[in-house]
Design a binder for this molecule. Structure first.
Ligand code: RTP
Length: 152
């Protein structure tokens, strides 16, 4: 896979969907130059969320996190492009919005760690796992003429 094909799994959490931030958040990634490879509004099951957040199962906040993530639909999408995972995390901002840098999604739209609006994969390995978990094989690549302008 070439560097330009790196993928990350991004999700607007229920608070972000409820507040009408889906378009704004997707738009930021589109404008940066990332290709949207998949996009779906999903009502996640407890099983899906337990698998997604399995590394956090022992954390004291885990039950609260699962309840929050099931409080409404999420907008799950996949971005593709150079540095998708790292840049995705930078664009989201620090997990706790109180620490997020100005201009990041969490700093611009959130105040509390437990309502931090969005998720982004934290490594290339997690991204591949999360893309497969949420979208299975339902992803088809496509070419964009604009890639010739975005990439040197
Ligand atoms: P995410 O998975 O949502 O992108 O967040 P992250 O990697 O930046 O942070 P992680 O440690 O994986 O935590 C997942 C989500 O759990 C909630 N959380 N609450 N102390 C707390 O109450 C606490 N700590 C984490 C946040 O919503 C965080 O995004």
């Amino acid at each position: 896979m070439s560097a330009n094909q790196e993928r990350s799994f991004i999700m607007v959490k229920p608070d972000g969907v409820e507040r009408g931030l889906v378009g704004e958040i997707v738009s930021r990634f589109e404008k940066r130059g990332f290709k949207i490879l998949a996009l779906q509004l999903i009502h996640p099951s407890a099983e899906l969320l337990q698998e997604h957040y399995k590394d956090l199962a022992d954390k004291p906040f885990f039950p609260k996190l699962l309840a929050y993530m099931q409080s409404g639909p999420v907008a799950a999408f996949v971005i593709q492009g150079k540095g998708a995972v790292k840049i995705g995390r930078v664009m989201l901002g620090a997990t706790n919005p109180q620490d997020s840098a100005p201009g990041t999604i969490r700093a611009d739209f959130a105040l509390d760690i437990g309502k931090n609006v969005c998720h982004g994969s934290d490594s290339v390995e997690s991204a591949e796992r999360e893309v497969a978990l949420w979208f299975g094989d339902n992803i088809k690549s496509y070419s964009r003429a604009v890639d010739n302008i975005i990439y040197e």
